[in-house]
Design a protein around this ligand. Sequence first.
Ligand code: HEC
Ligand code: HEC
Length: 251
Amino acid sequence: MTTAVLRAAVALAVFVVLPFLCPPASAQVPEPPYRNLRVLPQNITRAELIETMRWFSFGLGARCEACHVGPPGGAIAEFDYAADDKPLKLKAREMLRMVNDINDRQLAAMPDRTADGPRVACITCHRGQLRPLILEDTLTRVAAASSAAAAVTEYRTLRDRHLGDGTYDFGPQPLMNVADRLAPADTAGAIALLRLAAEFHPRHLSTHRRLASLLLATGDQEGALFSAVRALELSPQDPGARRLLDRVMGR
Ligand code: HEC
Ligand code: HEC
């Protein structure tokens, strides 16, 4: 890993306190030399290594023991960090190679790239989760495997658990995107997703507009009228909302 990546990692770790991820770890992490570094520099200091590992843990929402072997419930000092027994550690190493390649080779070769240009870190994609899925992909998968209703339940669960922690975008757009994907084959499901968006984002114009046209298409005149009026209330000058109301009124 380059020093710039390490600096970014240290800066991140300084600003982000990680009380729940291996709090007593630092004091017990072994001193160099480290025995099995294939990607990180051999001359890495103990402080840099600890910050890098915290950067992994924070970026992936994973504890040290997700990648390193130790006695169950055992102290951090008893871990065999050099061992490559855990598949997740091997994957993390490949990821580290990938991130270095992106930053040091691909981004470095971007035209007009400046020295302080943004760099990619684990958290850029992972956002605190092992599987870096964005919300609309997660919900689309649930809807495909089960039902739109299950996707609605999943959204509520994820929102309760993750609102404000940066893992997912709980704004209206991901829900609208899922609704758009569902609409051709499952209009009722798409409407359920849009109603969910309207519940959490009652002032989002496009949600009400889209809801009105889908409701109209299913013959729910009353529901369509309600949503069209709501859209016009939110944006009295909006020609789209006006046209929609005319359509609902049969004008
Ligand atoms: C997502 C997986 C992952 C997590 C979580 C993780 N590590 Fe690591 N760790 C690695 C990888 C991969 C390497 C080897 C890097 C290389 O090959 O250059 C490593 C190497 C190490 C080493 C050097 C071992 C040696 O002698 O070669 C230590 C010490 C270490 N980690 C401690 C920790 C601590 C403490 C934590 C928790 C704060 C932690 N790690 C969290 C993946 C992880
Ligand atoms: C460019 C986006 C991106 C970045 C940056 C990134 N990852 Fe990943 N990572 C992925 C994707 C996509 C997957 C899923 C791969 C798959 O299909 O298994 C993944 C999977 C993983 C897994 C396996 C998870 C599992 O459940 O099997 C680990 C561990 C991991 N990444 C660690 C890291 C670490 C550590 C970093 C930072 C050094 C990092 N990743 C940076 C995109 C990224």
